[in-house]
Design a protein around this ligand. Sequence first.
Ligand code: HEC
Length: 118
Amino acid sequence: MRIALSLGLAALFLSAGFAMAETEKPKMTIKEVMKVVAKDKLLAKVTDGKGTDEDKKKLLEVFEELAKNTPKKGDAESWKKLTASIVESAKGVVEGKEGSIETLKKVSKCGDCHSAHK
Ligand code: HEC
């Protein structure tokens, strides 16, 4: 009886955890991310191979926030895929994976995303 109860409670906490992750509020809006990526040229710095470890971490952070946003324009599935591949390759850059900077350059093309979502 007690085991069943604690299992039930554990399940409750787990699903609450998932629900929270699902609705997690982004800390930055898309525009704020764009400012860091574009105006401060953080993405260009990193893809030019001039980024420090700090720059790479910061870039990954802002892309993670970007992925939590929902754009006003375009298909939600397409946004998810695009931002997931950007986050994935930014992670590779932080980890120093071979070829990751090239991949990041390819998946984070400003125009590709803007034509679909801006
Ligand atoms: C993953 C998608 C994506 C990528 C990649 C992306 N953008 Fe954006 N960008 C957007 C969206 C969506 C908006 C519209 C935001 C809004 O109006 O809320 C936007 C808006 C902007 C704006 C206008 C911001 C404002 O304050 O109105 C600028 C400038 C910009 N992007 C520059 C860039 C540059 C430069 C790059 C490439 C280095 C880039 N973006 C890459 C999705 C992206």
